[in-house]
Design a protein. Structure first.
Length: 202
């Protein structure tokens, strides 16, 4: 993909290990960093970083930032902080909108195209969906362990998940009903919908 592109300044220092990056749909901005600690060392508070040319915005996240997702309109950024808290920011205003304590270990996070729904995979195989205010809408369990990947379809109607149980699943994003289960010969670490939402790559 030729990253970093000419004209993009990457705000990563020598003491930072990048665990997650998310790119806005127009390709103009990227975000993400998390601390790498020496044995016994105290970490400074890590920050989420956006870089576009000479412009950068930073948000304090927590001790660890490992999961990132950006709504497809580029207006909201969601991140998993300290593995159990989902934080959501207004990108343009650099303002935190939500800090949601999920009560579970998170392995995957995504945000719907319009930023009005959040999906998280974790715990003992749970998939959970919240609204923009942090209200839990539904919980479903369909994997033997925490899903490795969670992705909304482009129109927000479905959610795809994959896990180390060698399964990929498609869920109704409104009801939480599992619609399809696809078996694989190895762990499913990533899933992606085609732009028209008619195909799933896993």
């Amino acid at each position: 993909m030729g990253f970093p592109r000419p004209g993009v300044r990457c705000c990563f220092g020598l003491t930072i290990l990048v665990l997650a990056i998310a790119v806005v749909g127009d390709g103009a901005r990227c975000r993400g960093q998390a601390p790498r600690l020496a044995p016994g060392a105290e970490a400074p508070p890590p920050k989420g970083t956006a870089a576009a040319g000479d412009n950068a915005t930073e948000w304090t996240v927590g001790r660890t930032l490992s999961l990132l997702a950006i709504s497809s309109d580029g207006k909201k950024l969601a991140a998993a902080a300290d593995m159990a808290v989902i934080k959501v920011w207004d990108v343009a205003a650099s303002r935190e909108l939500l800090s949601l304590k999920t009560g579970m270990f998170l392995r995957a996070v995504d945000i719907r195209f319009d930023g009005e729904r959040l999906a998280g995979g974790g715990g003992m195989g749970e998939l959970v969906v919240w609204d923009a205010a942090g209200k839990k809408l539904w919980t479903a369990k369909g994997h033997a362990s925490a899903p490795s990947t969670v992705v909304f379809s482009p129109d927000g109607k479905w959610i795809a998940t994959g896990g180390q149980d060698r399964l990929a699943k498609i869920w109704d994003a409104t009801t939480g009903k599992c619609l399809h289960t696809m078996e694989h010969g190895r762990d499913v670490m990533g899933v992606a919908f085609s732009p028209d939402g008619k195909r799933l790559l896993s």
